[in-house]
Design a protein around this ligand. Structure first.
Ligand code: DX5
Ligand code: ZN
Length: 226
């Protein structure tokens, strides 16, 4: 299981230090939540390509950075995120008109492409794209903010994807990864691991007032080991 911290609940004045702490703790993947003040239901605005550029500069090239685009016009703006230095661009299936074209464009730019879908969107909507994409992200909260409660009812979606991807892997070597995002903590990480998730995004479970990122990460790793 790969852990990808989300910095959404961090004090943005402390971002550099928090990212350094994550890298020192052995984190290899950072998840960046992009909201444009329009697409998510609570109309949040987070940050954009210039901050991503600074984060890339800070961590160097060995850390994988993904951007989770919760924006209306990913088809027009995805390249700004590619140019800012992300490795993987994750787009919402509910927000894109021509998904095949967008996947092709992102892949042709040399970046990896992922698709994410909301709790209310059926898993069948993403299945036609699985062979073309590098990652599929299952939302286990309604996107919009950190610190929400995990929705265990997404289990079936993960299991369907795991089965389908494993069957594909054996025929064409495709290694589409399954990511989960929302409400993941030390108390449910083993559960999603057992379902077959490859990458867990963790925001408030790592960056909170209860302990340092390192202490919280230790708890998560302990939960995974037991
Ligand atoms: C929610 C974001 C998540 C969020 C996760 O819209 O996509 O990445 O930051 O935060 P937690 O782990 O606190 O649910
Ligand atoms: Zn996210």
């Amino acid at each position: 299981m790969i852990i990808a911290p989300s910095i959404l609940t961090a004090d943005f004045c402390e971002i550099g230090k928090i990212i350094d702490e994550a890298v020192e703790a052995g984190i290899k993947w950072i998840h960046l939540d992009i909201m444009d003040g329009n697409w998510v239901i609570n109309k949040t605005i987070t940050f954009g390509p210039s901050m991503i550029k600074s984060i890339r500069k800070r961590v160097g090239d060995d850390i994988r950075i993904d951007c989770h685009l919760m924006i209306t016009n990913a088809e027009e703006t995805w390249k700004q995120f590619a140019d800012a230095g992300v490795d993987l661009i994750i787009v919402h299936i509910e927000a894109v008109q021509n998904m095949h074209l967008l996947i092709d464009n992102i892949k042709q730019s040399g970046k990896k492409c992922g698709i994410v879908f909301n709790p209310s969107t059926p898993v069948s909507d993403v299945l036609p794209y699985l062979e073309k994409i590098d990652l599929v992200l299952v939302m286990s909260v309604v996107p919009g903010k950190g610190g929400q409660s995990f929705m265990p009812e997404v289990e079936n979606k993960v299991r369907v994807l795991r089965k389908r991807i494993d069957a594909q892997n054996s025929t064409n070597g495709n290694k589409t990864q399954i990511m989960i995002d929302g409400g993941i903590k030390a108390n449910n990480i083993s559960l999603v691991n057992e379902w077959g998730v490859d990458v867990s995004v963790i925001g408030s479970g790592l960056i909170n007032s209860e302990g340092s990122l390192l202490e919280n990460l230790d708890k998560i790793n302990d939960a995974l080991a037991n």
